[in-house]
Write a protein that binds this ligand. Sequence first.
Ligand code: SF4
Length: 109
Amino acid sequence: MAIDPQFEQNRELEGQEHGVDVWGPTDPPEELGIRGTHVAVDFDICIADGACLEDCPVDVFEWVDTPDHPESEIKVNPTNEDQCIDCMLCVDVCPVDAIDVDPGRAGRT
Ligand code: SF4
């Protein structure tokens, strides 16, 4: 299952963690929701492949620890989403379609 590109309509904004928005539902450690808004990563899909982090030309992503999550115990957090230049490389390389980037979405500062 890929990230829902309509998450702003379909989910509730619960707050922020690691400097980015958290879109619920969440029930940690098993359910962590979508993180970020302009650059959004579905933590419940992310398998910590890391291609997005390696390929992003402006270093938007940073690893965060997510112990006891069923898919992976680290995730790529879009910590620097305000630097995103909308090249879409991360969206293209993610093997599990966990990332959605939309320059028109709120969250770009
Ligand atoms: S769209 Fe490009 S610049 Fe933006 S987070 Fe993805 S790889 Fe980085």
